[in-house]
Ligand binder design. Sequence first.
Ligand code: GDP
Ligand code: GDP
Length: 437
Amino acid sequence: MKPVIALVGRPNVGKSTLFNRMTKSRDAIVADFAGLTRDRHYGDGRLGEREFIVIDTGGFEPDSTTGIVKEMAKQTRQAVAEADVVVFVVDIRLGLSAQDQDIARYLRTANKRILLAVNKAEGMSESPLLGEFHELGLGEPHPVSAAHGQGIRSLIEAALEPFEFDEQGEAGGEPDGVIRLAVAGRPNVGKSTLINTWLGEERLVAFDMPGTTRDAISVPFERNGQQFQLIDTAGLRRKGKVFEAIEKFSVVKTLQAIADANVVLLLLDATQGVSDQDAHIAGYILDSGRAVVLAVNKWDAIDSYQREQLKRSIELRLSFLKFAPIHNISALKRQGLGPLWGALADAYSSAYKKMTTPVLTRLIQEAVEHQTPKKVGHFRPKLRYAHQGGMNPPIVIVHGNSLEGVTDAYKRYLEGRIRAHYKLVGTPLRIEMRSSK
Ligand code: GDP
Ligand code: GDP
């Protein structure tokens, strides 16, 4: 389970800047996907091999002054409740304020691990002004500069200190044949209805869960000879020997389930179209690199005109997930559910496809013969050979010379050829260029 770090503090102390800093490395990977809008409040961070989730409580714009205080208090409480560690951000240049004292008073009662980050401390890490913040009774202040990237690493290290990390994440390892499935989607798309339909049909092999609330419930079941582990996103609850899904949407839970899964089923609501929240959740899935199948639920409830509109809006708004197959279903009427199993299995096997160096190299060479990459300046990129750099998602590493000049369009062309050869569906495919000097 990825630890969750919440950033709290009054407006303008630099929470959003710190959030961007802590989640930056991840963002860079997917920065250039058309149509991808980011949720500014939740992000994935990484320090070396250690991954974590960051919640930012900044950036909200309520309309009145009393509104700010109320809204801030609400956002703070919610984020603190979801977090494992709270980073309380204060501003060294403005000094300690009454509002900081209020927040500190609340945090001291919150029964969470709290770190105090004193921001805007560039060039001031030895400043006597830091001492003032001891008064808050939240331990040693960590001087940081979110804007200049100073002290961030040691702040994150301190935040993650109590957590153990797996040497090798689930994602990178060898597949064990079990589809770890997360059903994601915003409230009311029909996650619980779908899961209850499934679980009602299947004979469940219930197993005992460790007692802590930090462990997500996961339900093992089998379908067409394929083993699944359903990872909790919809608030799965155990009732005696059976499970039922209850509505309890949480972004953090969704992020954790996606991280834990190897295939994600993203549900959309046909009657609602594609909302910002849908696009955000789709963005998290893209970030995670997980295999994904899209299911448009409540297909029964819309007419043929609406169906056409919806298809177009999915193409437009979720264009960055176009590798994902789309299934139109009705969880309520149990329509279209059969073919989903095959789609999930295909996405899984695509995500863990083994691609050998000779075959990849031949594919690359054939692609070049068919269409040479364009010259950049005096040099034409020379693609020599390729090997597989990882699974889930599959990564193809192309070796050669002057590969900096390979355009995104050409990468997409290569991707298309590799996808077609291996019949990859439902998984992202990353292509990386590695030039030898
Ligand atoms: P939030 O309201 O807490 O999310 O604060 P923001 O991240 O929006 O930052 C508020 C202002 O402080 C912006 O003008 C930032 O550029 C500035 N700021 C953030 N971090 C630093 C820092 O480390 N040093 C300085 N000097 N300014 C910063
Ligand atoms: P969740 O919040 O994603 O778990 O959504 P629920 O499973 O609680 O469903 C929300 C509402 O949508 C409920 O009233 C369901 O009866 C309804 N619903 C779910 N699936 C379908 C469907 O396939 N067709 C129609 N028409 N309604 C559905």
